[in-house]
Write a protein that binds this ligand. Structure first.
Ligand code: FAD
Length: 265
């Protein structure tokens, strides 16, 4: 088999290579299992592309590609879009104009100790954390999309994407249960950032010791004290989160200026 070289990385950084590899996998592998998109599926995909095109803090060539894909989806009068047409646009039409999403999968912060571990699901969490933070940092970015002033824009889009397209159906079911339980408590873009953090920690807790845990990357309640000491407090001998500190940490960690271009092809 192919030996993949281990790439050094810092836990305190987010890697563009993970985000771009995730988008590549989403557009060219995950979506490919749907021959045609129509109805709710098509709407879910359009909304996903809208949110990513407007909020993804990526390289110009990739953001342009997403914007072109969005314009094309919005301008098409079709009620049904064959997946091959989307793939053709992503692969060929774009390359002519220099808009290009690498087909090389390059996991960095999402590397696993075996190919079956981490990778894509890790990049998807990372992407959605980045998007909730972008929505909070750039309140005007979703103007004229139908999502303006909607603090739930990213989370609802994520919920529908996960439920419709994410290959792990059990994950989709769990995520839907969490959304039904408490998504209605989210009243601001800051709440949205914290909601996703809280739910991700719930998933981490549930998966401790499970098959999907990479022994080299044990599930933890995140951020650990070494990453954010002020996020942790003790009240009457019990651990509590300082959520104001957590929010500030998430905005820094998942903010555009903490995304490293290292190892991006
Ligand atoms: P991940 O959990 O993928 O996290 C990626 C990175 O995010 C971590 O390395 C860390 O830097 C950061 N991080 C960790 N916790 C937080 C947090 N609370 N807030 C912000 N950032 C954080 N697998 C199952 O087996 N069963 C499921 O039901 C399931 N549900 C899922 C639901 C969703 C929506 C997604 C995207 C994935 C789900 N998965 C599920 C996959 C699982 O959660 C992990 O993605 C996978 O096991 C890989 O784990 P990981 O070690 O790379 O860390």
């Amino acid at each position: 088999g192919t030996q993949v070289e281990w790439k050094e990385f810092e836990k305190s950084k987010v890697y563009m290579a993970d985000l771009e590899s995730g988008l590549h996998y989403l557009l060219r592998v995950e979506l490919a299992t749907h021959r045609t998109l129509e109805g709710e599926e098509l709407k879910t995909f359009k909304d996903f592309v809208t949110v990513v095109a407007k909020l993804f803090p990526g390289r110009q060539s990739v953001v342009k590609l997403l914007e072109t894909l969005l314009e094309w989806l919005v301008s098409l009068p079709l009620e049904k879009i064959p997946y091959d047409a989307i793939l053709d646009l992503v692969n060929n039409k774009m390359r002519i104009s220099g808009l290009y999403l690498s087909e090389q999968v390059q996991w960095v912060g999402c590397q696993g100790s075996s190919v079956a571990l981490r990778g894509y699901p890790c990049s998807l969490w990372t992407l959605f954390h980045v998007l909730t933070v972008q929505a909070a940092n750039r309140p005007d970015a979703l103007a004229n999309t139908g999502f303006e002033d909607d603090p739930l824009a990213v989370l609802q889009t994520m919920r529908r994407y996960i439920g419709t397209f994410f290959g792990c159906q059990e994950c989709g079911k769990h995520f839907e249960e969490m959304a039904q339980e408490s998504l209605n408590q989210v009243k601001s873009v800051d709440d949205a950032v914290l909601w996703l953090w809280r739910k991700h920690n719930q998933v981490n807790a549930r998966l401790t010791g499970s098959m999907s845990e990479d022994p080299m990357f044990p599930k933890t309640q995140w951020p650990t004290p070494d990453l954010c000491p002020t996020c942790h407090e003790e009240q009457e001998g019990l651990h509590v989160w300082n959520e104001q500190m957590v929010l500030a940490f998430l905005k820094q960690h998942y903010g555009a200026s903490n995304i490293s271009p290292k190892h991006s092809s």
